[in-house]
Design a protein around this ligand. Structure first.
Ligand SMILES: [Fe+2]
Length: 217
């Protein structure tokens, strides 16, 4: 839960300040200014790791296995999240439904960005960026921001991200840089909700497949 982590007071202040700004660009600029100092606050991040090491959980929906939501603004102006990468671990190639500002609190962070290749459907990796604690990078929303992040090794990496208000869709997309259509990935609760709705449409109350019943008439 969010109360397991020492961010609620800070994030409520950010909600008030960012809420007074007009438009996503102004809010992204606000977090670009604020995140570096937070990344350098090693005592605060140690407290987060101690809570996680004791088994504390996150406060919201996540897609990535080692992602933890530390705070979600009630008006969805922003969320504050962390990602834990073991040595050499990376996310799949993906995009986001909102802009993001990210950087490492501990360890080195590797960010690889992708652009469409000349061959349709394929993606071209740009040279990787390496960030040290306190350095940040910004990700545009949707296809313009396709990337992967992780630890370049040999150490682990604690990445911290702020994401803005999600745009027009409730899923991320995972990409195969060698080609093929992107794969939609939903947060687990939403995935369960969609599958349950599909099953209700597919089966009647006695567990008979609705389509088989129709075929037998
Ligand atoms: Fe990402």
């Amino acid at each position: 839960m969010q109360r397991d982590f020492p961010f609620v007071d800070l994030c409520r202040e950010w909600s008030r300040e960012a809420g007074a700004l007009i438009g996503p660009q102004a809010r992204q600029a606000f977090f670009r200014e604020r995140l570096p100092d937070l990344l350098r606050d090693g005592a605060r991040w140690r407290a987060v790791l101690l809570a996680l090491a004791r088994g504390a959980g996150g406060g919201g929906e996540t897609i990535f296995e080692t992602e933890v939501v530390l705070y979600r603004d009630p008006a969805r102006l922003f969320s504050l999240r962390i990602y834990l990468f073991g040595p050499g671990d990376h996310t799949p190639v993906h995009d986001h439904s909102s802009w993001g500002v990210s950087g490492p609190a501990f360890g080195e962070l590797e960010v690889v960005r992708y652009r469409p290749a000349a061959e349709a459907g394929r993606l071209l990796a740009l040279p990787p960026q390496r960030l040290r604690p306190g350095q940040i990078e910004c990700t545009p929303a949707l296809e313009e921001g396709i990337h992967r992040t992780g630890s370049p090794g040999p150490g682990a990496t604690l990445m911290v991200s702020v994401y803005g208000t999600p745009q027009r869709r409730l899923y991320l997309q995972f990409y195969d840089p060698e080609g093929g259509p992107p794969r939609r990935v939903y947060p687990p609760r939403l995935k369960r909700k969609r599958l349950a709705a599909r099953m209700l449409a597919e089966w009647d109350f006695a567990g008979r497949a609705a389509c088989l019943e129709r075929n037998s008439v």
